[in-house]
Design a protein around this ligand. Structure first.
Ligand SMILES: Cc1cc2nc3c(=O)[nH]c(=O)nc-3n(C[C@H](O)[C@H](O)[C@H](O)COP(=O)(O)OP(=O)(O)OC[C@H]3O[C@@H](n4cnc5c(N)ncnc54)[C@H](O)[C@@H]3O)c2cc1C
Length: 427
């Protein structure tokens, strides 16, 4: 791997979207580098502990396929799982999400990136980005040995937090309030059937009133104790960590400290309760899962009206499918609204291009969208769809010596379809 030879495509962030972008660009013949700050690929799907990607199907039909779907399906096959019956689409949407083993998924991502011919650099972050005379980008990476200077025709920001876009000085949108984050963990060492949940909820209430715990340490609900659900689900996906902007390293640090403090306080309280003396923490995700930080200000912005009306954009890269799913800091903690039957929204290329930029694309949850649209399109299947779209556009832009916004849409559609993706038709 020679990091200083010019690349066609550098993908910053090897998470849900970035892995797919790098594999697509590599398979299309582009000289590609994937850069990831963690030790393992997969991002929120693996290191964030959110190992249940959705939704690839809408109203009983598959609407997102391609490289991400192939990886998810292989992971289920190789780890002895089963896929849901997608034709039963009337069931709650979370049952149509696909449970993947995060360790197998991450290893499959490694394999796919290597087989695509792309280079990979783990334990590295983007440090600086400068435009090189309109023909590409100089990309400084912060590696263990210091700064490594690379260059690339096209850069893809797949950091989830739009970090690369911000460092490049391109425009962002910041929500006034971020959706809460969740630290995924799993506890054990007790028998839920032997517990007095009413008594436990009263004790929990008293702790909250004394200011030592908050309801959202063990629930999304902000108004009352719900330890029964927490104990039966063994704590999985049960907390909300509010009011922290985790876009930069200082914010991420505050979040990780707050999330683990929340877990430790709850752990100490529960181990003092009858029947929970031997409660153990069996697993904690390496990173606290972040739902929302910033989005780019793109050449186009997907609004909630576009999303809920199923607008077919003329430059659509992929479909998206999920209810509006805004996690909030009051009431039940969740505002959800299902899509009208038959509606399948699409994602335009222009929402993946920061306004006024050249040779730059964004994939994953930080594409240009208003808050409500983003609460739906941030999910993993859509992130994988935008990842594959960005990889294809970047590879074509590099081979045609043009910027991704000028890649002919027919060429984009052909390349994506050749790699298994489902691309919405032109209107
Ligand atoms: C608690 C929670 C529950 C969720 N529930 C669901 C669900 O049920 N179903 C669903 O489909 N989706 C769900 N989501 C949403 C979904 O998981 C994410 O929105 C999606 O995975 C984001 O993908 P991404 O590629 O944009 O970011 P990520 O997957 O987070 O990838 C970003 C990658 O970039 C790396 N990175 C970050 N900064 C840098 C940097 N500066 N330099 C280099 N690398 C960097 C990170 O380490 C990471 O690997 C949930 C999210 C959370 C947090």
């Amino acid at each position: 791997m020679n990091l200083t030879d010019p690349y066609d495509v550098i993908v910053l962030g090897g998470g849900t979207a970035g892995v797919i972008a790098a594999v697509q660009a590599g398979r299309a013949g582009a000289r590609t580098l994937l850069v990831e700050k963690a030790a393992a690929l997969g991002g929120t799907t693996t290191t964030g502990g959110v190992n249940f990607p959705g939704l690839f199907h809408a109203w009983g039909q598959q609407v997102i396929a391609g490289i991400g779907w192939d990886l998810v399906r292989s992971c289920v096959e190789e780890s002895g799982g089963t896929l849901p019956d997608f034709t039963h689409y009337q069931q709650p949407h979370h049952r149509l999400q696909i449970r993947v083993n995060p360790h197998v998924y991450s290893a499959l991502c490694n394999e796919a990136v290597v087989q695509s011919g792309a280079d990979m650099l783990l334990h590295a972050m983007v440090a600086d980005l400068r435009e090189e005379g309109g023909d590409g980008w100089q990309v400084d990476l912060c590696a263990k040995e210091g700064i490594i200077r690379c260059s690339s025709r096209v850069v893809i920001d797949a950091t989830g937090d739009a970090n690369a876009t911000s460092i490049a000085g391109l425009p962002l949108q910041h929500p006034e309030e971020q959706q809460p984050a969740t630290l995924t963990y799993r506890v054990g060492g007790y028998d839920p059937a032997k517990l007095d949940i009413t008594r436990l909820n009263s004790a929990f209430d008293a702790e909250v009133k004394a200011g030592r715990l908050s309801y959202t340490d063990a629930s999304w609900n902000t108004t009352g104790a719900d330890l029964g659900r927490w104990l039966h689900s063994r704590g999985v996906q049960s907390n909300h960590i509010h009011h922290i902007d985790a876009r930069d390293s200082a914010g991420k640090t505050r979040l990780e400290l707050q999330a683990r403090k929340s877990l430790l306080s709850l752990y100490r309280f529960l181990r003092r309760q009858p029947g929970l003396e031997d409660l153990t923490i069996e697993y904690v995700a390496p990173e606290c899962g972040v739902r929302e930080t910033a989005t780019i200000r793109g050449e186009a912005t997907v609004t909630v009206h576009d999303y809920q009306s199923g607008r077919l954009w003329e430059d659509a890269v992929c479909y998206s499918f999920y209810p509006i799913d805004l996690h909030v800091s009051s009431g039940s903690g969740l505002d959800m609204e299902m899509l009208t039957e038959g509606v399948v929204p699409t994602i335009p290329r222009a929402a993946m291009i920061p306004k006024g930029s050249r040779n730059f694309l964004v994939a994953g949850r930080c594409i240009s969208s208003d808050r409500l649209a983003n609460s739906a399109l941030r999910v993993q299947a859509t992130s994988m769809g935008t990842g594959q779209g960005a990889g294809a556009l970047a590879a074509l832009a590099a081979s045609e010596s043009c910027t991704p916004g000028d890649v002919p849409l027919d060429a984009m559609r052909s390349l994506l379809k050749a790699h298994g993706a489902i691309v919405p038709p032109s209107p």
